[in-house]
Design a protein around this ligand. Structure first.
Ligand code: KG4
Ligand code: ZN
Length: 413
């Protein structure tokens, strides 16, 4: 039974691709929806997807390099580039085949061109430019963080403006999304991203040797172990308690955790590379501190937005996305804040929080609908490893110096 709608969809697409005139509005059929191919290679996932204008995913494919990078203890850019090169052709082909879409049926190709690892972005961009020239298709360059921010709109109606917290292995930022290409940046990380911190802590704890964690990313491993840990046993300081803005910092927390690990290794008479007996408690305390820090900065961002009227009075919304947003404990911490401030919290399911071709294709759909940022196939586009999101409002946020009312971070496990 579950196969039925898919079969109908495939049949429908077959008819459309073989006899496109059948669905032509002039012949009385339903209007033919425009299709966008999305391509993502900004970090360690090679993703592609074909979406129609309503946001229906017609076909997708994703190749993750996670396991390779787990073994080498972090992403080596040249290795990431090589793996993207080896997989991009197949991944795009699979997405097209699964959607039963011939390239000639596409209305545009949307590809991540910023920000990200230069060598990885280069593979997707080079492939895409060749592809659009070969098939004479419009090209839509995509900002990876804009795509994360807007993915939620593919899943349910969410009107602009809304507040968004994006937390991943490469980013940590708070922004107001006001339109497809209109963002106000309220806060960003001053050093590393929370996913990066959790990945590094997991590596320092050698969690890859833990029987339950060998195939998990650092963040996933910390979340799993924290479930059986006591977060009160090692109270870490929440970062930036005396800085009244919405920026983030995680390097100091990593330092606190590393110092504790060294102390515990000395106490237990073991060296680096051996699992400590208290990994669960360290994971729980580190996760709690990351969650509290994210919650407090977000709380201030909400108060700032309210103070200057950046969010609608009816149904103001916080969207949480990025790889770290799949963490249930962090979601609960943010729920405490949205409950206290009267916001609705929306968080896409985990598979749409992490990197994939779908979110890029969706951003392409949004831009195509509005006619924004669509280029002819022959225009040369460069990738940009560093690219801020939107208009920088961090100085205004800092100047407002908003003090937070106390909210007890009693987060259920
Ligand atoms: O968005 P993403 O797939 O890639 C980018 O960084 O752009 O996010 C990957 C990051 C990794 O750092 C990973 O450790 C983290 O998201 N992550 C998590 C969880 N799942 C993935 N962090 C905390 N809890 C999780 N459940
Ligand atoms: Zn991402």
């Amino acid at each position: 039974m579950a196969m039925f709608p898919t079969k109908v969809k495939i049949l429908h697409r077959l008819l459309q691709s073989r006899h496109p005139f059948w669905s032509s509005p002039s012949l009385g059929g339903a209007p033919c929806s425009r299709l966008v191919l999305g391509i993502e290679t900004s970090c360690d996932d090679t993703g592609a997807a074909v979406l129609d204008e309503t946001g229906e995913i017609l076909g997708e494919s994703l190749h993750s390099q996670k396991e390779v990078h787990l073994r080498t203890g972090g992403i080596i850019p040249t290795v990431a580039r090589q793996l993207h090169r080896e997989n991009i052709e197949r991944v795009v082909q699979e997405a097209l085949e699964r959607s039963v879409t011939d390239p000639s049926r596409l209305s545009a190709v949307a590809t991540t061109v910023k920000p990200g690892l230069g060598l990885s972005l280069g593979v997707g961009l080079e492939f895409s430019q060749r592809f659009v020239r070969q098939h004479n298709l419009p090209f839509i360059p995509i900002h990876h963080m804009e795509a994360h921010a807007l993915t939620v709109r593919m899943l349910q109606p969410v009107a602009f403006p809304f507040l968004v917290l994006l937390v991943s292995g490469g980013h940590s930022l708070l922004a107001v999304a006001r339109g497809v290409d209109d963002f106000l940046l309220l806060g960003h990380t001053l050093d590393e991203a929370p996913g990066d911190t959790l990945d590094k802590v997991a590596r320092r704890l050698s969690l890859i040797k833990h029987p339950q964690c060998s195939t998990l990313s650092g963040g996933q491993a910390i979340e799993l172990l924290a479930k059986d840990g006591d977060r009160m046993r090692f109270p870490f300081r929440t970062p930036m308690g005396q800085t009244y803005d919405c920026c983030f910092s995680f390097a100091g927390l990593r330092n606190q955790v590393n110092m504790l690990i060294m102390k515990k290794e000395a106490e237990e008479g073991i060296g680096q590379g051996t699992l400590l007996s208290c990994v669960n408690d360290i994971a729980a305390a580190a996760q709690h501190t990351v969650a509290s820090h994210l919650a407090k900065r977000t709380h201030r961002a909400i108060l700032f937005c309210k103070a200057i009227g950046l969010l609608p009075s009816s149904s103001p919304t916080l969207v949480l996305s990025g790889g770290v947003a799949s963490n249930q404990y962090i979601r609960k911490a943010l729920t405490l804040i949205t409950d206290a401030t009267g916001l609705r919290l929306l968080c896409p399911p985990a598979k749409f929080c992490t990197d994939n071709g779908v979110m890029i294709a969706w951003n392409g759909v949004e831009r195509l609908r509005e006619g924004k940022g669509i280029l002819p196939p022959d225009v040369d586009v460069s990738y940009e490893p560093k690219a801020r999101l939107g208009v920088d409002m961090t100085a205004e946020v800092k100047a407002a110096a908003i003090r937070l009312p106390s909210v007890r971070m009693k987060i259920p496990n």
